[in-house]
Design a protein around this ligand. Structure first.
Ligand code: CUA
Length: 185
């Protein structure tokens, strides 16, 4: 037979079309889409509340013209707050970070305060979830606990001109004893 694609004579549109029935495949896609929304909502909730993911926020405002000369960024680097807590002040500028190296002891919980004195930069620490945009006049903050010994380079990931690729530094996570030596030295 060659006429299998033709509607048999005498029959109108199928029942399904008249009742605006939904194609089973389309129905499945709708279910899948709705299911994915639920999955994403659950994952975001877990990330935010159980896994401690944070959105980098604009903590406060500073004057980019003076921030390198007065206040905590005048001496960028790490501060020991006691109880395994630290603060790090980092300045971004064309085309470097100050400091270029942060030495922290293992399991240090570090509040990272980063700002820029010229234009927009990025601050991403490799192999961590620290990833911020750095806007002049604003302070970007994230807290991270370094629970692994090793070197974690931080890079500018916001294109900022010809020296962009050379704009990086490193977090050096060391053992307690090495850190004691470093601080004592
Ligand atoms: Cu700073 Cu790219």
């Amino acid at each position: 037979m060659t006429d299998t694609l033709e509607r048999p004579s005498g029959e109108g549109p199928s029942e399904e079309h008249l009742t605006m029935g939904i194609d089973p495949w389309e129905k499945n896609w709708m279910k899948l889409s709705a299911g994915l929304l639920v999955v994403f909502a659950v994952l975001i909730t877990i990330a935010g509340f159980a896994a401690g993911f944070q959105l980098p926020g604009a903590e406060s405002e500073v004057d980019p013209r003076t921030v390198a000369n007065e206040g905590p960024w005048a001496e960028p680097g790490l501060r020991d707050l006691g109880d395994g807590k630290f603060e790090a002040y980092v300045i971004s500028q064309l085309w470097s970070f100050s400091p270029r190296e942060l030495v922290v002891p293992i399991d240090a919980e570090v509040d990272l305060y980063v700002t820029s004195i010229d234009l927009q930069h990025g601050f991403k620490i490799t192999d961590t979830n620290v990833n911020m945009q750095i806007v002049p006049g604003q302070v970007s903050v994230l807290t991270y606990t370094f629970d692994e010994v090793g070197e974690f380079p931080y890079i500018c990931h916001e294109y900022c001109g010809e020296g962009h690729a050379a704009m990086f530094g490193v977090v050096n996570v060391v053992s307690e004893s090495e850190f004691a030596e470093e601080v004592g030295a």
